[in-house]
Ligand binder design. Sequence first.
Ligand code: SF4
Length: 208
Amino acid sequence: MDIRIHRYIPISNVEGPGKRACIWVQGCPIQCKGCGVPWTWSKDGGTSISIDELFNKIKRSVEINNIEGVTYLGGEPFEQAEGLAKLSEKIRSLGLSIMTFSGYTIEKIKSNNRSSWSKLLNLTDLLIDGPFIESKLDLSMPWKGSSNQKYHFLTDRYIELEGKLDCIPNRIEIQFDDKGEFAINGMAKHNDLERLIEGLGHLKKQQD
Ligand code: SF4
């Protein structure tokens, strides 16, 4: 079985607790106004990758980067719940944690009554749920973008963080590849990101 993804990175320090591999899935029917990743909306974009190939990449990142878990981001992970649930079983067998972002609320996920959705939910340690609402933009809490989005500690894995969330900063990171191309991970205001991208573009031109 394949999963359609927009992007995979073997390590990030800003997309959940600790060091994590991240999978941005492709396809999101929710289409929030002000979404930071509208290029992940189309179901036909991105690339298809087998569960085994993704799992091998994650295993390599455990060896090289000592990651503690994997984060699923949008697109909308629950639109590919069956594949992600199968992948999650393998990931959990390594002792890694699963964090899932969803534009659906937990109530909607539960009331959907699809077994693949329940499976993915049951394999998730930390869920951040709800659509991004532009008028509720709030970057004061870690990992999320608007104040309506909620943390759900579904297992004991990160329960100790529950009372400490306001001490964890919402950060961004910049990753450069071998060719000097850069990608920005994490949450920031559109204007700040545009300024940052412009500055990085100038820097790259000077180095070329
Ligand atoms: S749910 Fe996430 S990926 Fe989908 S439109 Fe909203 S912010 Fe974008």
